[in-house]
Ligand binder design. Structure first.
Ligand SMILES: Nc1nc2c(ncn2[C@@H]2O[C@H](COP(=O)(O)OP(=O)(O)O)[C@@H](O)[C@H]2O)c(=O)[nH]1
Ligand SMILES: [Mg+2]
Ligand SMILES: [Zn+2]
Length: 301
């Protein structure tokens, strides 16, 4: 539906004020939730966060909520394709609030094409502040070389107003240099920041500079088709050794997996898998973290 501007003024809440929306994209495991938490930790402003996880369980939402009350979960589908209605409903909920948040950050699923979500961010009461796409400094080149993932990664780049390199502590200087030069040749003219600089300057929540012509061409929603999302039950309880063995046994082709387990003594363990990097760590505040199933994303063959 095309909404004419005068009509839009009439139905826009908050005295016509429009809340800026940042779309935060980037491939599976690029570091989106980590960056959201860093941004929230750096400000006292009321920021609403919409978190989209494609699995049946939204592990990220609980990891964000741990530090921030104002989190809306969008689970079991991707907001750019199957869950667009859920995203619209989330914006409707925000619009009904008497006091608007200062800013909305949408953590897109790792397989979402941000360009497809742009129209929602400009619905009445909201305006798109910018599309920030994270690039995993540790694994980007590998993902771009892999025919199973190259298209998804490249489509996301095209939608960006700002690119942010993450995981610089894991990447070699040579890889970072090459990643930057590949980005400059694939999507020329899009600024590239390092994640620590971007978070420090809060480039995310005050971007306010849409790239002219950015995210214009929206192709068919097909990134999702290239991925298989499975939910695997984690035995409750499970020992740390058993959980680690379960994570180690995941297929080598696994692109992303995550889940929260509980041990016989009630300790919560968080599994994080991004490609070849796999970790199981103890979650601090056990009480507030219910265990989940394991969400596993692999290429669809
Ligand atoms: N070493 C390192 N690990 C990171 C960094 N950013 C994220 N990670 C880890 O990468 C994994 C995926 O991060 P997450 O923020 O959940 O990525 P998302 O899937 O894009 O939301 C987690 O295990 C994070 O702890 C970073 O800058 N350095
Ligand atoms: Mg996340
Ligand atoms: Zn999608």
């Amino acid at each position: 539906m095309v909404v004419q501007e005068p009509y839009l003024e009439l139905i826009a809440p908050w005295d016509g004020r429009r809340v800026p929306v940042t779309l935060l994209g980037g491939y599976l495991g690029a570091g989106k939730t980590t960056v959201v938490n860093e941004v929230l930790a750096a400000t006292d402003q009321p920021i609403a966060v919409l978190v989209n996880d494609v699995g049946e369980v939204n592990v990220d939402a609980s990891l964000v909520r741990r530090r921030h009350g104002d989190t809306i979960e969008l689970t079991d589908g991707c907001v750019c394709c199957s869950l667009a209605g859920g995203l619209a409903a989330a914006f409707d909920d925000l619009r009904e609030r008497d006091v608007p948040p200062d800013h909305v950050i949408v953590e897109l699923s790792g397989i979402a094409d941000p360009a497809r979500v742009v129209p929602w961010a400009s619905s009445p009461g909201f305006s798109l502040d910018g599309v920030v796409v994270l690039v995993d400094g540790d694994q980007f080149l590998e993902r771009l070389d892999d025919p199973a993932t190259a298209d998804s990664v490249e489509t996301q780049l095209t939608a960006a107003d700002l690119l942010v390199l993450t995981k610089l502590d894991l990447a070699s200087a040579a890889d970072v240099t090459e990643t930057r030069s590949v980005l400059q040749s694939r999507v020329p003219g899009i600024p590239i920041l390092n994640s620590d600089d971007a978070v420090a300057t809060a480039s995310f929540v005050g971007l306010a500079t849409r790239r002219p012509g950015g995210a214009a061409d929206v192709g068919p929603a097909n990134l999702f088709d290239a991925h298989e999302v499975a939910t695997v039950a984690i035995p409750r309880p499970i020992t740390a050794a058993e959980f680690e063995a379960m994570i180690d046994a995941l297929e080598p082709t696994t692109l992303r997996a995550k889940g929260i387990a509980t041990t016989p003594d009630g300790t919560r363990l968080l599994a994080q898998v991004v490609g070849r990097r796999r970790s199981v760590t103890v979650l601090p505040d056990a009480e507030s973290q219910p265990p989940t199933n394991l969400v596993v994303i692999t290429p669809r063959l």
